[in-house]
Design a protein around this ligand. Sequence first.
Ligand SMILES: [Zn+2]
Length: 72
Amino acid sequence: MLGFGLIAMLLVIGLPVALIAVLIWALTRRGNFSVPAPVPVHQNAASARTCSHCGVALQADWSHCPQCGAPV
Ligand SMILES: [Zn+2]
């Protein structure tokens, strides 16, 4: 019954290895999820003017960006 013994041995060795692999996979997935996605700087249609330096929305009567101070 060498075959059965081999299968039993594979199960005994393979089960912890599979568990560790799943654990690493889960941790890696969680790690990927924790990485914050870069928030795209999107201007809404209402504010036509935006700072060319940092992309912040500007009001029509502003001459300088309140975020970075760049003249607009
Ligand atoms: Zn700016």
